[in-house]
Design a protein around this ligand. Structure first.
Ligand code: SF4
Ligand code: SF4
Length: 294
């Protein structure tokens, strides 16, 4: 099973446009949107969900007022200050569900067995049919956390769908940043394509994500998007990649048709044959050569 994950080090570099174009160019694949905090690949793939399941990302404490003797040990032990005495309810203690981080310490210290940890549904995972093939995606609830765990669930489900359908390629729109979700996106992938932009902050983010991939022993390659907006920084990026032995597989020029494609809900390569479309097609050919044989 080959997994190509497209990452960026930060949001807004064009990685989703590149992933959508790869989805249009590749014959047999499962597409997985692991950018669960700000998912937008569905805007291009137009999915029709065939099944969904809740994502349980953690648990929160609940105190049974009937068992609580108001000893206060749980409130003293909670380092998130999420347990308060409720003077209006017989002086028992209650958990503020928004403050609770689910650490479980109150459960351990309560001498009366009055604390219970209850699972919390943080989001929803979907397996869909889409106009570009099977698509696994997810929606994390507003202000919910644990997106690394949800990313792992999306990847696992995508592999399952690929196995069921005899498909050996998974295209992953990875999470932005370098935190837990992106580590969950990159770990064990066949190849990470880092899509970056030629700005100083983009350069900084590119270095960081390449180092994360290196630390995880995930082979990486780089594509500079809108390279012609700053040829000097693009050149510096190329030199840095050379020095690190990282292949720079593509340079995509600025092209207004990329925005037009987004507005029309199409991938760039479906929308036009312009300069960005041609550069992404060439990039895909180089990527396909580097993916291990199935
Ligand atoms: S589970 Fe942890 S954070 Fe939540 S109320 Fe108990 S001690 Fe506080
Ligand atoms: S430790 Fe248990 S009994 Fe004591 S206040 Fe907390 S919930 Fe109530």
């Amino acid at each position: 099973m080959k997994e190509l994950v497209v990452v960026s080090g930060k949001g807004g570099t064009g990685k989703t446009s590149v992933t959508a174009s790869f989805a249009a160019l590749s014959a047999e694949k499962v597409v997985a949107d692991c950018d669960v905090d700000a998912a937008d690949l569905h805007l291009i793939l137009d999915p029709l969900p065939v099944r969904s399941e809740p994502f349980v990302g953690g648990a929160k404490a609940v105190i049974d007022g009937g068992l609580c003797t108001a000893c206060g040990r749980c409130a003293e032990a909670c380092r998130f200050d999420a347990i308060r005495r409720d003077e209006g309810d017989g002086g028992t203690y209650q958990v503020d569900e928004f403050g609770c981080e689910g650490c479980g310490v109150c459960l351990l210290v309560c001498p009366e067995g009055a604390v219970e940890m209850r699972d919390v549904v943080n989001g929803q995972l979907f397996v869909s049919d889409s106009r570009l093939g099977p698509f696994v995606h997810a929606k994390l609830g507003i202000a919910e956390e644990n997106s690394g765990k949800l990313v792992t669930m999306v990847r696992r489900e995508a592999k399952e769908v690929a196995r069921e359908n005899g498909i050996d390629l998974i295209l992953i729109d990875g999470s932005p940043g370098i935190g837990c979700p992106v580590i969950a996106s990159l770990t064990g992938a066949s190849l990470a394509l880092v899509v970056t932009e030629p700005t100083l902050s983009g350069f900084h983010d590119m270095k960081r994500i390449c180092e994360v991939a290196e630390g995880l022993r995930t082979p990486a390659a780089v594509c500079v998007n809108k390279w012609d907006l700053n040829p000097d920084v693009s050149g510096a990026m190329e030199e840095w990649c050379d020095g690190k032995g990282l292949p720079l597989l593509g340079r995509v020029p600025y092209d207004g048709s990329v925005t037009d494609a987004q507005v029309e809900g199409l991938s760039v390569v479906e929308h036009s044959q312009g300069p960005a479309s041609r550069a992404i097609r060439a990039l895909w050919e180089r990527i396909a050569e580097r993916l291990p044989a199935g």
